[in-house]
Ligand binder design. Structure first.
Ligand code: PFF
Length: 457
């Protein structure tokens, strides 16, 4: 990629005055792809595809990614780099103080997502360790029941958050970037390797058939549409300022439209590859019944059973799979946490250390609710995806499309050809807002009902 870092990394005390910056274009790219690629691509994408009926869901998800995801990704990149500030400051920079509450909403969303995300990431750490040390559980169904809720889930959530905090405390270039440039290539090789292995299994064809043959009878139900929209935002890390925050550490040079397309392509590529590993494996071993239940836990039950039945090869492939999940989860959590931490550093003047410590403990506590109740975890996931991220995305498209003075000038200021950018602005103005209002109109009542059902027991 063609940008250099325009840099000042002043003294060592990055919390005061001078802002940290990415040290290379690949560093930023790896961190942004690290944010996008995570549990969303492997766990959430697979269970939603299974639940919502296969390829038709994948198609809708791709459509949302292209028509709305990439435009909003570019909007976040533009706002972040142009202002050089974390989201609350960035929105105030271009829109005035009245837009600060939107930035605050992003921080709240970061808290909510990271809290339950870290619990699921904790399960993956546990599965990875168990796969490496003792092998797959003999009864994956009851094993999942045992580890997914309660004290064990809480402890692994704390372990995962501690790792996340340690890396974010290191700063942007010396913490997040350093980890991402190593972790992302490893993740990519693992996922490719497992997908290739899956293709060699007997009977894998039925898995491909399920995954790739669209049955469009389902595609136009509102439920599938809402899930595809929520998944597109979640998977691309959009609608809560994560990409904006990362972009605020960029130098002035750099082709942002190209970055937006590259990050989104890498993200979709890994989700698609994840499907190419999960479905052939599950179908080859005749476990589609479990997968078809399409609940939060299916991946954590169906796949370990498949790995168990594969014997020694299964143990190796299973270990790789869960290690890949841990890597994906960790690099995504870094960006979720950076949204919260940068808000405290920039907005409250805290040192990075203090922000990491206090905010980290808060996330640990809030995540406790999800660790002790799968029902709460499920509702947090729905509220975040079907409500908070979509509202954030709607507000961002209105902001960049209608409020900002010269989005096209800002987006193209670091390089690249601005010729295609009027199309971008058109999508932000006329396609994203009505589509997202329509989707929200249908998702809000059911999300609310599920939320209230929690309190009725
Ligand atoms: N994109 C991540 C995933 O697919 O797992 C999740 C995520 C990260 C969502 C960062 C939102 C975000 F700001």
């Amino acid at each position: 990629m063609d940008f250099h870092v325009g840099g000042f990394i002043g003294g060592t005390d990055l919390a005061q005055g001078s802002r940290d910056q990415w040290t290379s274009s690949f560093g930023f790219f790896a961190a942004a792809v690290g944010s996008a690629v995570g549990l969303g691509n492997m766990w959430r994408f697979s269970y939603l595809t299974a639940e919502k009926g296969g390829a038709a869901f994948v198609f809708l998800y791709l459509a949302f990614t292209l028509a709305i995801g990439i435009p909003i990704m570019l909007a976040e990149l533009t706002l972040g780099r142009g202002s050089g500030k974390s989201p609350i400051g960035a929105l105030a920079h271009y829109g005035g103080a009245r837009w600060k509450p939107l930035g605050a909403l992003f921080v709240v969303t970061g808290f909510v997502i990271l809290s339950y995300y870290s619990v699921i990431a904790g399960w993956t750490i546990r599965y990875a360790l168990e796969a490496l040390l003792v092998g797959m559980p003999a009864d994956p169904g009851s094993h999942f029941g045992l580890i997914s809720e309660g004290g064990g889930a809480f402890i692994f959530h704390i372990v995962f958050m501690t790792l996340t905090m340690a890396i974010v405390a290191g700063g942007v270039s010396r913490g997040i970037e350093r980890v991402s440039v190593i972790a992302m290539p490893i993740l990519f090789f693992l996922v490719c390797g497992i997908a290739i292995y899956a293709s060699t299994l007997e009977n894998s064809a039925s898995g491909y058939a399920y995954y790739l043959n669209a049955d469009f009878r389902n595609a136009f139900s509102m439920d599938v549409l809402v899930s595809a929209a929520g998944q597109a935002f979640f998977s691309l890390s959009l609608g809560m300022g994560a990409i904006m925050t990362f972009a605020s550490y960029l130098g002035r040079e750099g082709n942002l439209p190209r970055q937006a397309v590259s990050i989104a392509s890498a993200d979709f590529g890994v989700a698609f590859l994840a499907g190419l590993m999960v479905f052939p494996i599950v179908f080859a071993l005749g476990l589609q019944g479990i997968m078809g239940e399409g609940t939060l836990g299916t991946l954590f039950v169906a796949l370990p059973r498949a790995f168990l039945e594969m014997g020694a090869a299964g143990r190796v492939v299973g270990s790789f799979f869960f290690v890949a999940l841990v890597i994906g989860a960790l690099t995504s959590a870094l960006s979720l946490f950076e949204v919260v931490v940068s808000a405290a550093v920039d907005g409250l003047g805290w040192s990075r250390r203090k922000a990491v410590l206090l905010m980290g403990v808060l996330v640990m506590l809030l995540g406790g609710a999800a660790a002790f109740s799968l029902a709460i975890l499920d509702v947090m996931d729905q509220v975040a995806n079907n409500l908070l991220l979509l509202v954030g995305g709607l507000a961002l498209s209105i902001f960049a499309g209608w409020v900002m003075d010269d989005p096209i000038g800002e987006a193209s200021s670091g390089g690249g050809d601005p010729k295609g950018l009027p199309v971008w602005r058109f999508l932000l103005r006329w396609v994203a807002p009505p589509t997202l209002v329509f989707v929200l109109w249908h998702s809000v009542p059911s999300t609310f009902a599920n939320f209230l059902a929690l309190f009725r027991g």
